[in-house]
Design a protein around this ligand. Structure first.
Ligand code: COA
Ligand code: MG
Length: 293
């Protein structure tokens, strides 16, 4: 399983938008993703890159996880974006439009052998047909020494919908198989997985429904685009009061002396196994982290 750091809400901030970069310091998100890719026009890429480096180095983001989204490895911007990441030292670099393990390894080449980059992790966006077809292979790159920094997968649903031509509609029916593949690929390798964005930020009800759906699919959190989406993402992807109470009950039950050597017990007429105890510990660890963040 991935770490228990909460990633309920991961807010994209266009790298070129100084007001939004500053605003992010006060927003209650788990992660801030400074974007150098699709939200930044080619003409201002260089300036946005420099400004994002300065913003990250300037600090002031508290316990928020700081992420830099770089342009795809096959673009002219990638090398300079990675050099900037080494300089800025975010918590993670989010690689965009990943289609192969080679791209994860290309990012690693920039980071390895430098003591100052030791703590930087890699997140991979999967948002193209090719990437989705090989998503298990991309996730499995974490088993290779050159892929060891990989921690999570991030869905790019806008790109997926655009490239494939599906009509996603309100309930995302056509993309659900791909979202589920992403969850499987992540879980097979112990990675976290974040759901794609909801564009209509004024439609709070629609956003909430999509968060609930994402959580049911197994997502760890939601990538978001606007401050109005923070509260619902944080609430939906946090363990609920009922889930916390149930987790406590399971741990207490297994802790009783008479259950010390039992692998399976019954609580209120339901079968509970040791795996549920492990899940319960994870739920409580996540809830604790959320409480202190
Ligand atoms: N991060 C930080 N602050 C943001 C923000 C974001 N992503 N989106 C909006 N805000 C701030 C605005 O700066 C504004 O702050 P202010 O009142 O202090 O001026 C406030 O929230 C309200 O914003 P609003 O006027 O409703 O929205 P907007 O018209 O300024 O921006 C978008 C709308 C969609 C352009 C903007 O939300 C955005 O750029 N989102 C991220 C897009 C992105 O990164 N896409 C790539 C990945 S999918
Ligand atoms: Mg994209």
């Amino acid at each position: 399983m991935s770490d228990t750091r909460p990633r309920r809400s991961a807010l994209y901030v266009p790298g070129s938008n100084s007001r939004a970069r500053e605003k992010a310091k006060g927003l209650p998100v788990d992660a801030v993703i400074f974007d150098l890719e699709d939200s930044v026009a080619d003409e201002v890429k260089r300036r946005a890159r420099d400004e994002v480096v300065a913003t990250i180095k300037g600090g002031g983001f508290g316990s928020r996880e700081i992420v830099m989204r770089v342009n795809p490895a096959r673009t002219e911007f990638f090398e300079d974006d990675m050099t900037a990441a080494v300089n800025a030292q975010p918590n993670a670099v989010l690689l965009s439009k990943v289609e192969s393990t080679a791209e994860i390894f290309a990012a690693e080449r920039h980071l390895r052998g430098r003591p100052e980059t030791q703590g930087i992790t890699l997140w991979a966006m999967v948002e193209t047909a090719r990437g989705l077809i090989d998503i298990a292979g991309i996730a499995a790159s974490v088993r290779k020494p050159e892929g060891h920094r990989l921690r999570g997968l991030v869905l790019g649903t806008n790109d997926i919908i655009r490239e494939t031509g599906v009509k996603a509609g309100g309930d995302r029916t056509p993309v659900l198989p791909w979202l589920s593949m992403a969850v499987l690929a992540a879980r097979a390798e112990g990675l976290f997985v974040l759901d794609g964005v909801y564009n209509d930020f004024e439609d709070i009800k629609g956003f909430e429904a999509e968060c609930i759906q994402g959580r049911a699919l197994g997502m760890d959190g939601k990538t978001i685009i606007h401050p109005k989406q923070i509260e619902i993402a944080n609430r939906t992807f946090a363990p609920s009061a009922d889930e916390i109470a149930e987790a406590e009950e399971i741990i207490e039950a297994f802790a009783r002396p008479e259950n010390a050597e039992r692998g399976v017990i019954s609580i209120n007429g339901r079968m509970v196994e040791r795996m549920h105890e492990r899940m319960a510990r994870r739920t409580l660890a996540l809830a604790e982290q959320i409480a202190v963040s």
